[in-house]
Write a protein that binds this ligand. Structure first.
Ligand SMILES: Nc1ncnc2c1ncn2[C@@H]1O[C@H](COP(=O)(O)OP(=O)(O)OP(=O)(O)O)[C@@H](O)[C@H]1O
Length: 265
């Protein structure tokens, strides 16, 4: 399963948000998308998913333009983890996860045993079994995020698009999610995730794409793209990037001597 964006233009109505975005995603690859607030990450994801119209260029899914796949065919191939703050009806967590099986259930049919088994398995794998009967609108932001991740996994698509999947998770769940993303990639799935944390890209991504001012600023391996120069250009922050002794992963750390509060008493 391969996803290709070719000179893609994204936006809303007459408003252009991004242009000339060309990217490809291979099977088994994890791509992290970074960029400032409002850069267009969610807009790009929604365009890839067919939720927003393509303004220019093409999205090619497995050799065929996105528009030529039916909604159901797309759902069998691409799963989406939206940002968790988007509201929803008061379903139980189990029902929300089961919704990931929709594309597999015939119209007017009820979920079968296999759908229910897969639902239980993915709830187990993201650690939300104890929440299964809780009402989705009455759980925490992080628990909602885990529920949406489980729903996407239940969909068993070959491509998973995740919009800031770690943003509300505690430190343990962030690391477990990143490990799970690597596990999905090892199983041949492709994952695109947006993140505001460069360390997450170092931990889990094969490639990084930096989105800025409506276009791709850089695409490549995390250690070639996430440089102090790029962080300064994208976020306006001076950082150092290095590996922590004692087995730590590469980290991006702000330079204390350049922090705005430097000099305060
Ligand atoms: N429904 C909409 N109609 C018109 N413009 C929109 C709409 N939703 C978002 N925008 C605009 O599109 C731009 C990109 O928004 P988007 O949500 O894609 O950014 P993002 O990179 O995901 O940001 P963040 O990191 O803050 O989540 C923003 O300037 C925003 O104001």
């Amino acid at each position: 399963m391969k996803l290709e964006l070719s000179a893609l233009g994204i936006g809303y109505g007459r408003k252009t948000i991004g242009d000339n975005i060309s990217l490809s995603l291979a099977g088994g690859e994890v791509l992290a998308l970074l960029g400032p607030n409002g850069a267009g990450k969610t807009t790009l994801f929604k365009t890839i998913l067919g939720l927003l119209p393509i303004r220019a260029g093409e999205v090619i899914l497995d050799g065929k333009p996105l528009a030529e796949w039916s909604r159901r065919e797309r759902a069998l191939r691409i799963a989406y983890v939206p940002q968790a703050h988007e509201t929803s009806f008061p379903f139980t967590v189990r029902d929300v996860v089961l919704m990931g099986r929709t594309a597999y259930i015939r119209p007017f049919a009820t979920p079968g045993r296999r759908d229910r088994e897969i639902t239980e398995t993915v709830m187990e794998s993201v650690g939300i079994v104890k929440l299964a009967d809780a009402v989705y609108t009455e759980i925490s932001g992080g628990e909602r995020q885990l529920t949406l991740i489980a729903r996407a996994l239940a969909q068993q698509a070959r491509i998973v698009v995740m919009d800031e999947p770690a943003s509300s998770l505690d430190y343990g769940n962030q690391m477990r999610l990143l490990a799970q993303i690597r596990q999905l990639a090892r199983a041949g799935l492709s994952v695109v995730l947006s993140t505001h944390n460069p360390d997450h890209a170092f931990l889990a991504a094969d490639r990084v794409a930096l989105l800025k001012d409506g276009g791709l600023h850089a695409v490549g391996a995390p250690d070639t793209v996430l440089t102090p120069e790029a962080m300064k250009t994208i976020y306006g922050i001076d950082v150092v990037i290095g590996t922590v002794a004692g087995g730590g992963a590469p980290v991006c750390s702000p330079r204390l001597d350049r922090m705005p509060y430097r000099g305060e008493t």
